[in-house]
Design a protein around this ligand. Structure first.
Ligand SMILES: [Zn+2]
Length: 439
């Protein structure tokens, strides 16, 4: 076989492939990327001869789908380690909201988002769903970094960075959608309402109507903590999920972030409406929010995915750590070692997140799928031997990622960035952190 076309090509040889979460490892394989898609792959005896392809020697490497982080606030990398070891309401109201009010501006969002992009690419994340303010700067940073992204403009009923008058929050969100929809195939703009307790029913309904007008995703934090549940239970006699359902906000283009505190009625409402749910196990652990009942959700057909949340509450953007804790926390919560197999955690971070974010042909290695791929160096003591893909969930970390391809472009090669200047990103964020030290 000899492919001929003017599209750019990357040929990986002699690698071990993980094509999809539950498929056994495929050893001694080649894989051809043509343009932005996976053209073909197969056993080394049938490797094609392609003179104009960039060649990557996959000896001692795993090639797998790039990981998808379904919830982040990229710009919050500035606040990493600023206020650790606090309960959610105190952390948010006494530390994060005041720090944001003083320090969030377009340049900050741009550089901190770019630092987050560097951290994500270095740890194997190729797609991120983000929600913040000045989101056009996050979209710009992620586009320039080479990532695929679902950036979502934040909506809240307080004066916010870039939206000092909250009565203009929906208009600001529409301006963002108009600016970014259809601009680049790697960027899918969306909306992010902060929560049921920081947005009025009217704001929530207007935000969802706007998302539907533009056929895009409506994200919202919901049922994160016991405190939030009690806040809604006392004045309104309802749960966060029942509140959102009563406002007719739940459907297949709504994604609820967290969902730690659900009862059977909540789960039924989420399941019947085909609403997506994203779990952030490290953030839930650090803020002591609780352990989301993922197995119970999936038993009633709820679509679940995985995210890191922002750096201020995690504090890492490494999705390998997130997959590990997702599987282990379900085992620990249920005292059942079979509660969540490793392959299931891998599915959450790949195929599951792609479906929740409405991104087609993503999250698997298959012909015609988007060429978002990561290569890990497994020729290391902690990654030997490799009987199945389980070792990646329980042993690998983001620092084992060596090369990253997004949309057919090599953005990281042997841990050297092609797409951004990581030293510049770190220097800019350190300078921003020095001003924050005067708080
Ligand atoms: Zn969040």
């Amino acid at each position: 076989m000899c492919a001929s076309s003017s599209l750019s090509k990357v040929l990986i040889s002699n690698a071990t492939l993980i094509s999809s979460p539950a498929t056994p490892l495929l050893h001694k394989q080649w894989l051809l990327v043509e343009g932005d898609t996976i053209h073909s792959f197969g056993a080394m005896e049938d490797i094609p001869s392609i003179a104009d392809a960039q060649h990557i020697d996959g000896t001692g490497k795993i090639v797998m789908p790039g990981l998808i982080n379904a919830h982040n606030h990229c710009a919050m990398s500035l606040f990493r380690g600023l206020a650790d070891d606090l309960a959610l309401n105190e952390w948010l109201n006494e530390h994060i909201f005041p720090a944001e009010a003083k320090n969030v501006h377009p340049e900050m969002v741009y550089w901190c988002s770019k630092l987050a992009a560097a951290e994500m690419i270095l740890s194997g994340t190729t797609t991120v769903a983000d929600g913040y303010f000045h989101e056009n700067q996050t979209a710009r940073a992620l586009l320039e970094s080479g990532m695929r992204a679902v950036p979502a403009q934040g909506i809240i009923d307080f004066p916010a960075p870039g939206v000092p008058d909250p009565t203009q929050n929906i208009e600001a969100a529409e301006t963002f959608l108009q600016e970014w929809q259809g601009r680049d195939q790697r960027i899918t703009p969306a909306l992010f309402a902060h929560s049921p307790y920081t947005c009025s029913p009217e704001t929530l309904q207007r935000a969802k109507a706007l998302a539907q007008k533009y056929h895009t995703t409506f994200f919202i934090h919901a049922a994160e903590s016991k405190y939030e549940q009690q806040m809604l239970l006392n004045p309104q006699g309802t749960s966060p999920v029942r509140h959102l359902a009563a406002l007719d906000l739940l459907n297949s283009e709504t994604v609820l972030i967290h969902c730690v505190w659900l009862d059977d009625t909540d789960r039924d409402l989420i399941s019947k409406s085909q609403t997506g749910v994203v779990i952030c196990p490290n953030s839930h652990s650090k803020l002591a929010s609780g352990i989301a009942e993922v197995t119970e959700m999936e038993n009633v057909g709820i679509r679940t995915g995985l995210g890191t949340d922002g750096c201020a509450s995690n504090n890492s953007l490494d999705m390998f750590q997130e997959m590990d804790l997702l599987a282990k926390s379900q085992k620990l919560r249920t005292l059942d070692a079979t509660a969540m197999p490793a392959s299931h955690a891998l599915a959450a971070a790949t195929t599951g997140n792609a479906k929740i974010l409405g991104l087609e042909k993503l999250g698997e290695i298959a012909t015609g799928y988007k060429a978002d791929l990561i290569l890990l160096d497994i020729n290391q003591p902690h990654l030997q031997p490799s009987y199945s893909q389980d070792f990646l969930i329980y042993n690998a970390t983001g620092s084992d990622v060596e090369t990253v391809i997004i949309n057919g472009e090599i953005v990281l090669k042997e841990r050297n960035f092609i797409s951004l200047d990581v030293e510049e990103c770190m220097a800019e964020v350190r300078a921003l952190a020095r001003t924050l030290g005067a708080l």
